[in-house]
Design a protein around this ligand. Structure first.
Ligand code: SF4
Length: 502
């Protein structure tokens, strides 16, 4: 494998004993188990693949250990994610070697990055499925397609002029990547595509766009996922209506950059229009979107969020850094003043806004002063939620060739310091919520203790933000996961809250 420090050891071949056990297993109908790694966008891909399989009559197994066919849907965003993907594939390869599984399929971003290498290095892998060829999951797992699936639902989608220009400049080229194929993914599911939801029954993601046209120098998502393309407006609405009829009450719109939604169709303020239309679906209670690109946030979008009760007053705007110099080297633009002005505008247009961001610490050449500027900015901006990533070198990203790479210990020290600043901010902000009342979506028993239940308010996006532990229900109330309750915050910790149901 060419990527620095990524270890894919050659795995051992299957033993004859295991092969005999396998022979017995293929006499039974096959079950298919999924492991989905990485972000919610990858989770939606897993849900689509499971939907295609289920529609063809395959039986899905909730436990991979019990499945005849194992699919690992991988992530390749940063080096640690690549390594986690490889480790998971090797663990599953061991299940195949021991005879518990019969077939191993690898899907997702790691396939786009190391397609040939995966099969060469891990012979237990029977097939690979890239992010642009989800329909191939049927052939890969050995499931016969239904007649409807033979009609190709995979249409060539239009692209944005900005993406075409970047393509001409080589932004999407995989030429330097040994083991990857040249073809970029161009697939995007639609409302006709079957999906098996892997999220709790009251909540679902909808992918409204795929790919990315931005030039950020630390990021290889554009090479992995292809040019930006949006789903048709009507397709998103139709899917949301169907999900609402099936009992979903919270929709989270996702894409690498949701704020570019619809531009290639000539839609202006496409995301705002989409949110407003979704807000008219009776059965939906919360609608939110993730991953806004800072300079794409328009007044119209803020107005839509500020005026519609169902659109959560929640924005996730990954800023990546605050120093103008670092942002310039990241090819993102912006700086502390322009960001602070933009944040102040968001807060004045959206009362009680919950603001989330993320930063990359230790970008090549980041000086002490530039890092201090980032710390000052975080103190001033007072985010409700913040994530911090340590810079990691990615072959194929422009930043790979930059000078001034920082030692890991410096990057980690800076990352911890930034998180400590945010911990203090978060603690103060969470304390200010004690005594206030909110609507809470009850999710189920706490993963940390059987004595508590947990849920989320509109301030909490699924999976990424802190938790609300529920320790008190009125005697008459019957706690039902998936239902909304009125709650009062009774305790605050650094990131988590404790509430009682009223
Ligand atoms: S906006 Fe930048 S960081 Fe985000 S996916 Fe696109 S290129 Fe990567």
């Amino acid at each position: 494998m060419p990527s620095k420090n990524l270890t894919i050891p050659r795995s051992s071949e299957k033993t004859p004993v295991a092969a005999a056990e396998n022979h017995e297993r293929i006499l039974r109908p096959q079950t298919i188990g999924f492991i989905s790694l990485g972000c919610p966008k990858n989770l939606v891909d897993s849900e689509v693949m499971m939907g295609l399989l289920a529609r063809s009559g395959a039986e899905l197994s909730p436990r991979v250990e019990d499945a005849d066919v194992i699919v690992v849907n991988t992530c390749s965003f940063i080096e640690s994610a690549q390594q986690e993907s490889v480790n998971t594939i090797l663990e599953m390869a061991a299940l195949k070697t021991s005879g518990r599984a019969r077939k191993l399929v690898v899907a997702g971003c790691l396939v786009e990055r190391f397609r040939d290498e995966i099969r060469k290095r891990i012979p237990e892998v029977d097939a690979v499925v890239g992010t642009g060829e989800l329909q191939n999951i049927l052939a890969a797992t050995g499931v016969a397609p239904t007649p409807a699936q033979n009609d190709s639902p995979f249409v060539l989608l239009p692209s944005r002029a900005e993406g075409d220009a970047r393509a001409a400049q080589g932004r999407f080229s995989r030429g330097q990547w040994e083991g990857a194929i040249a073809n970029l993914p161009n697939y995007l599911y639609d409302d006709e595509t079957p999906r098996v939801l892997a999220t709790p029954k009251s909540t679902a993601y909808i992918k409204i766009a795929e790919g990315c046209d931005h030039p950020c120098t630390f990021c290889i998502i554009p090479q992995l996922r292809g040019q930006f393309r949006s789903r048709r407006f009507e397709s998103v609405i139709a899917e949301a209506e169907r999900l609402a009829q099936a009992g979903v009450r919270e929709i989270t719109l996702i894409g690498q950059d949701t704020t570019c939604y619809g531009e290639e169709f000539g839609l202006k303020d496409g995301l705002a229009l989409l949110l407003e239309k979704l807000a008219k679906i009776d059965d939906l209670r919360w609608i939110r979107f993730l991953y806004a690109y800072p300079n794409k946030i328009t007044g119209r979008l803020l107005e839509a969020i500020g005026t519609h009760e169902k659109i959560c007053s929640y924005m996730d705007v990954p800023l990546q850094h605050a120093s103008a110099n670092v942002l310039k080297r990241m090819k993102r633009g912006g700086g502390p003043d322009v960001f602070l002005r933009s944040i102040s505008r968001m807060r004045s247009e959206i009362p009680a806004l919950t603001l989330r961001t993320s930063f990359i610490v230790g970008f090549p050449g980041e000086t002490d002063q530039e890092f201090e500027q980032l710390c000052d900015f975080v103190r001033e901006a007072q985010f409700d939620w913040m994530g911090t990533f340590a810079y990691s070198d990615q072959e194929g990203a422009d930043a790979f060739a930059l000078d001034g790479k920082l030692p890991l210990r410096v990057i980690e020290r800076r990352r911890k310091r930034l998180m400590e600043i945010q911990r203090q901010i978060s603690k103060k902000k969470k304390k200010a919520l004690v005594g206030q009342e909110f609507d809470l979506l009850l999710e189920g028993m706490s993963e940390e203790t059987d004595l508590l239940m947990e849920g989320r308010t509109a301030m909490h996006a699924p999976e990424i933000d802190g938790k609300v532990f529920v320790n008190d229900f009125p005697p008459s109330a019957e706690p039902r996961p998936g239902e909304f309750y009125r709650c009062q915050i009774t305790e605050a910790h650094d990131y988590d809250l404790v509430a009682k149901i009223l």
